[in-house]
Design a protein around this ligand. Structure first.
Ligand SMILES: Nc1ncnc2c1ncn2[C@@H]1O[C@H](COP(=O)(O)OP(=O)(O)OP(=O)(O)O)[C@@H](O)[C@H]1O
Ligand SMILES: [Mg+2]
Length: 260
């Protein structure tokens, strides 16, 4: 099962959600891989504690190989980083992804990630993909490679307008490239239960038939502490309210999936 976490809006919680769901998944015993496709490398730093030049080339190296490979060359490989957490591995991102992007586009490498994941499927039960805040080469590669897409949403009016466009783009991409892709749901992040506007907005979205998932993630300073310590919430503070919401969300997705 491959899940991509995507929203073209920046700062809505993609990396935080991808990493914490992956950490819960690994903690529940699933062999889990997180693939970081964002040149900002936030997920990489969060799960490995590495920064700057200490980060292995990871996914950039894989894409680089694909640029020089011909029809008779060996299969492109990717380096996998083992985190200190049981069952949790990472394919790291580096800033180099930004320079590589135009070359990958020019050489039509949009299906390379999907092929890589086909090869990795037998080693992992769950693959989570973190994406950059743009519908660029890497995000489209991920949407082509994935089975499910989760859309983080921050209950902001501008985000709401962007959401309709995003859902339309995903439908188009499904039609053209990946019929099996399913929008698993909209993940409400940094939900403020005391304000009336966010709930009102969510009620409207639900009335319109949008797939808003019923577990809302609260806003908590624990998230920043967790990033700072390079410890996913399930390891930093397993009993915290936000941690429990991640576990609930994870288990909800798994249950829904086992009923299909
Ligand atoms: N539930 C939460 N509670 C408090 N802070 C949060 C929560 N979720 C995310 N944040 C904070 O919001 C900021 C953005 O989160 P994150 O980096 O996960 O978003 P993103 O969508 O991956 O951003 P980008 O588009 O830049 O990749 C971070 O500072 C993070 O600590
Ligand atoms: Mg991010």
């Amino acid at each position: 099962m491959r899940r991509v976490v995507f929203n073209q809006k920046g700062g809505v919680g993609k990396s935080s959600i991808a990493c914490n769901l992956a950490a819960v998944s690994a903690n529940e015993g699933y062999r889990t891989l997180l693939i970081d496709l964002d040149a900002q490398a936030n997920s990489t730093q969060y799960l490995t504690g590495l920064t700057g030049d200490d980060i292995p080339m990871g996914i950039a190296d894989f894409f680089k190989q694909s640029l020089s490979s011909g029809p008779f060359s060996k299969k492109n490989k990717v380096d996998i980083y083992e985190t200190p957490f049981d069952n949790l591995h990472v394919v790291t991102a580096t800033a180099e992804l930004a320079d590589l992007q135009p070359k990958l586009e020019a050489k039509h490498k949009i299906n390379k990630l999907r092929k890589l994941l086909d090869d990795l499927d037998e080693d992992y039960d769950r693959i989570y993909i973190d994406t950059p805040p743009a519908l660029n080469f890497y995000a489209v590669s991920a949407l082509i490679a994935a089975d499910r897409v989760l859309i983080p949403f921050d209950c902001d009016s501008f985000s709401r307008q962007a959401l309709y466009g995003l859902l339309a783009e995903i439908e188009e991409l499904k039609d053209d490239h990946n019929e099996d892709l399913q929008v698993e749901g909209i993940v409400v992040n940094q939900f403020q239960s005391r304000a009336s506007l966010p709930q009102q907005m969510l009620d409207e979205l639900l009335e319109e038939g949008l797939p808003v998932l019923p577990v809302y993630l609260s806003s908590s300073v624990k998230m920043r502490e967790s990033h700072h310590a390079s410890l996913p919430l399930i390891h930093l503070e397993p009993r915290h309210k936000l941690t429990q919401q991640f576990v609930e969300l994870h288990d909800l997705l798994e249950r829904a999936d086992s009923m299909v």
